[in-house]
Every structure is written in structure tokens, then in C-alpha cells.
Design a protein around this ligand. Sequence first.
Ligand code: BES
Ligand code: ZN
Length: 456
Amino acid sequence: MADTSEYLREHRERHEEELKRFVAIPSVSARSEYQADVRRAADWLVERLLEAGMATAEVHPTEGHPVVVSEWRGAPGAPTLLVYGHYDVQPPEPLDEWTSPPFEPEVRDGKLYGRGSVDDKGQLYMYLKAVEAHIAVNGRLPVNLVMIIEGEEEIGSPNLESFLVENRERFACDAVLISDTGMFAPGLPSITNGLRGLAYMELRVQGPAGDLHSGSYGGAVVNPAIALAGIIAKLHDEHGRVTIPGFYDGVLPLSEEDRKRIAALPFTDEEFREEVGSPALGGEEGFGTLERLWVRPTLDVNGLLSGYTGEGAKTVLPARAMAKISMRLVPDQNYRDIEEKFTSYVRSLAPAGVSVEIVALHGGEPWHADPAHSIFQDVAAALKEAFGKEPVHIREGGSIPIVGAFEQTLNAPVVLLGFALPGSNAHAPNEWYSLENYTLGTKTIALLLDKVGARG
Ligand code: BES
Ligand code: ZN
């Protein structure tokens, strides 16, 4: 089929403008005041998918935010690829830390700033533009294509798995492509072969029936903030290991090959420390930084709330305290098993004088690729052609909870080809996407469709 790169070059500016319009829609899935905007983003996508030349595109309602499904099946005998992405974004707060407002996308220094620019609108939109290019240049796609674009990834995909299971025949495919991860370094294309899983818990500690004067009552009433701090302090030992009994039971040891791959990556602790801006790095003893991030399970406090936190001093013994705690999991840990182990251990740590409620907020299984399938060769070849460099194989400390479900439900390999650069501030203020990667990623995808199509 004819080359699409000239078409992509010619239409580059318009493609950037369209992405800005997409980012301008505040499709924040976590908060109900944005519900109409989430729906608007889904409707907007349907229009763009049809414009690009997809044969069908529809908004499929769920119990939560809708899923957009789009198909083009005009290549009988050719492989079928399924693309997954998400059109929802994280809340933008804190707003005063944004240089330009989160939903007024702005280009500065080759970067498109805006909430969702890289996670995942910019990465998802590349697929639409690769499709547009193929259909404009060749009148058709080299493969059959299905796109599933959800609006609930950032809240743990509560409705997607059942949707996949109900439609497993319709969504049968040869491989699943996802661009919702990153590159290891600028100019270094990367295939992500592992994701951590997640068990996310909320701890609610209740002391007295209401707030009390900390002079009149302090010392005789158990303080829930101190009780909670005590529980949290016991969740790690002095070697940085998580103390929950059985926490490490399922953890697979690192293979020699994986260890070598990780050691060969261009990485120094000092550069990483500078990037995050902490005075020193820390974690589980006996492992390097990338191992701690990618192949070791961890436990973190994500939020902590109790008592008076406003200006000045208020003498109060708070009635309650709350913490949000996430555990990132690795193969072959199981999130439900970890939720249970966490719950019974925390119960055993709770001191008398407070009651502790433990709620599992969401979870997902860890995942590791089986890179033997031919799709991995095609992806590597497309990345190499677009970026002029051999891709590296990395892992990721973050989670995409639905990846395992795709693999198991559809019995097809999942490939994570991501284009976010380090420091792109996903989930943080001033999120950005490199416009160079937007262009090169679109090119990669267009090339990939050709390569997979050529396998007939
Ligand atoms: N795009 C991310 C996954 C990711 C995280 C890729 C870090 C590369 C680096 C995804 O949108 C995400 O943020 N996932 C959440 C999952 C959670 C909300 C269930 C995560 O990892 O926290
Ligand atoms: Zn995200």
C-alpha cells in the first residue's frame, strides 16, 4: 500500500489542532460534576472516528461512563487488531500550580500542555490519525480494526471487564495494542513488557463520637490520628520491607535475562533523584531503583487526613482519621488475596479505643508480556523505522488494570507501545505530551498497520 508519511506531514498542524480540541473537554471520570463533559468527550470521539473513515462508531452505555466502540472490517483474511485507550482524565487539582489552565491546551517549547494530553488523549488520538491517513491515501486499512475506548480507566475500569466478557466473540482479535505508557528516555522507543497490579485501600479510624477539646480530654481518650500513624508506621520494617504476613508469597524472582535487560538501560540513581527532587532515594534494601519500581511490590500512603489543618493553631482532639493506601503488585501476586492479607493485618494492629473500618477501593492484577508472538516483532520494526533506533524492553511501575482481562478474555497478546516522556506530569499539574512523539507515534502506528497487514 502507498506510504502514508507524506499525508501525515501535510496534515500535521490540523492533527495538532484536533488534539487540542480533545484535551479541552474536561472528561474527569472521578467526579460527578464532570459527567456531561465525559459524555461529550465520548460523542466527540465518535464523530472523529467516523470522519477518519472507521465504518462504525458508537457510544455504548455502561453503569458508569460509556465505552466508545468503533470498527472497520473491510480486510477479509487480514489479521484483526484491537486498540484500547481511555478518554477520561484525572482531576486537574491543584489548579494554581498550572502555568496554563488544564483545559485550555497550550503549546510551549514543542510540548502540548493540558490535563490528559499524554494520559491518554494524545496517545489514543494517534490511532485515529493513522487510520485517517491510511483511508485517505489508500481508501482502506491494511488490517481489520476494532477500537475500544473507555471513560473509566482512571477510576479502575469498573465496568469494562464485564463488557469484554459479554462481547468476547465480537472482539476476537489477533493482538491488542495499547499506547498508555511511556518511553524510557527521549528518542528511545520502548515496549513495556510488565505492569504492576494494584490494591487500593481506605482506612477509616474512629475515636470519640465527636471532636474534643485537646486540653480537657487529651491524654485520657485515644487519639485516632495517633492510632492511624501507629498503624501506618508498622506497615514497613527497618529494611523497607512490607510487614503484612504473606505479602511476598506470590512474588516471582527476577529472571537473569530480565536482570540483564534492566541493568543495560541508560539509568543512574542520581539523575532519577534529581528528576523527582527528593533529598535522597529510598526503598526495599537489596534492590536497585528500577527493580524496586518494576519487579518488587510496594506499599504507599496516597493521602492522609485528620483534625485541624487550617491556618494557625486550634486545640482539638479529632474524632476520626483517614488514610488512602495503595499497594503495587507484581506477578504472581493476586490483588484480592493481598486485600485480605492487608485487612486482617491492619485489624490486628488497631489499638483499643478506636474502631477501624477498611474498604477496598479498587484493584487490578499485575501483568507480564509473553513477547514470543509475531506482533512484538512488527511493533519493534515499526518503532525502529519511525524513531531510527532499536526499541528497548522496559517495565512500568504503574498499572492498567484491564490489560490482564484483555489477554485472558480475548486470548490475544497485548502490546504496550507508549510514547510518554519521563517527567510528562501525568496525574500532576502541567501535564504535557511531546508533539514530536505525537507525530512519530502516529507514524509508528501507520507503519505497524502495514506490517501486520502484510502478514495476511
Ligand atoms: N497511563 C496510566 C498507566 C501508567 C502509569 C503508565 C504510569 C505509565 C506510567 C494509567 O492511566 C493510570 O494512571 N493508571 C492508574 C490505574 C488506577 C487508577 C486504577 C495507576 O497506575 O495509578
Ligand atoms: Zn492515568
